[in-house]
Design a protein around this ligand. Sequence first.
Ligand SMILES: *Cc1c(COP(=O)(O)O)cnc(C)c1O
Length: 376
Amino acid sequence: MTEKTIPMLDLKAQYAALRDEIQAAIERVMESQQFILGPEVEALEREIAEYSHCRFGVGVSSGTDALLLALMTIGIGPGDEVITSPYSFFATAGSIVRLGARPVFVDIDLDTLNIQANQIEARITPKTRAILPVHLCGQMAEMDTILDVARRYNLYVIEDACQAIGADFHGQRAGSLGHLGCFSFFPSKNLGGAGDSGMVVCNDPTLADRAALLRNHGHRPKYYNKAIGGNFRMDALQAAILRAKLPHLENWTAARRRNAALYTELFQQAGLTGQDGPVTLLPERGWGRHIYHLYQIRVSRRDELMAFLKTHGIASEIYYPVPLHRQECFAGMGFEADCPNAERASRETLALPIYPELTAAQIERVVETIRAFYAL
Ligand SMILES: *Cc1c(COP(=O)(O)O)cnc(C)c1O
C-alpha cells in the first residue's frame, strides 16, 4: 500500500497552521510565570462563556472534573439519582457514582445516539435530583422535552457538552440551556489544548460562585475552608493555548460540517444506504447546528469493515464498544437496565475521520474503500 494513511485526526497539520500564535501564547505564560488560574484562565472563561451564550465560565482541569464539579455544585451525593445516557464516555456515569449517587440509564435513540427524551419522565422517582443529557457526536439532545420535564419535577439539568462546543438547539448554544454545562478541552476535542482541561459554564451567579469555590478546595480566603472541594484548577498554559485556537473554531466547525455533507452525499451515491443497505447514516435532527465532533455511521459486519479499512490505511474508531450499564466496574450495582438501542449501537457504530483538514479526495477514498468492502 503506497497511499498515505488517513488518520482519525491530524493535530500536526493544525499546529503547523497556528504555530506562531501558539508559540506567542506559551511565551506569554512563561514570561508571566503564573501557571495556575490567573488572568489567562479568567480571559478564557469570559471568551468561552460568551461563545456559549453563558454569563459565567469556571476553568477546570478536565471535562471529567467539569462533570464532577457541576454535580458537586448542585450537591449531588449518596441516595440521589441522576438520569443519564448509557451511551457516552465513561466520565458521564463515573462522575455520578464517584459522588455516591446512582445513575439511572434511559436508552438512546438510534438515529442520534442521544438519550430518548420522552422516556425520561417514566424513570423519575422521589430520589431523582438531576438529568445529565449528553450531546453526543456534536448534536444536541432533545433539550425542549428535557427542560420541560425538569421544570415540572423541579430537577437540575447538567449538560455534558464535552463533544458539543458551539452546537446549538434552536439558536441556543450547548451549555447554556441547562443549569450548568460541561466542556472538555482534551486534545482531540473540537477545541483541544496541549493536555487536559475543561470548563463549567452557567448563567446563574450563585451556581457559578459555588463552582468556583469548590474548584479550589472550598478555600475562601485561602486556608479558610467554607466547603469541601477539590483541586480542579485549570493551568494558564492550557488557557493561553486555547485562547489562540478559539478564533479558529468557527472555521473548523464549518469544515467539519462540509466534510460530513460530502460523506453523506457520497454514501448515498454509492448506493450503500438504502432500506437493506449495509450502511445507516445518522441524520441531523434539524433543531440546530451539529458540530460533528464525530461522524458516526452504523454498519453491518462492523469489526470486519474496521479491519479492512485499517489494511487500506484508513483509521476508524468505535465510540463506544461497551455501554455504560455493562461496564465491569458497575457489576453488582443492579444496572439490569434495559437499553437495547445502546447495546445495538455498541455493536454497529463506526466513527470515520472528520477533522477539518481532511480533503475531499480523502473522503472519496474512505467511501470508495467501504464500497469495495461490501462489494467483496
Ligand atoms: C471527552 C468527554 C468527557 C471527558 O472529558 P476529559 O477532558 O477527557 O476528562 C466527558 N464526556 C464526554 C461525552 C466526552 O466526550
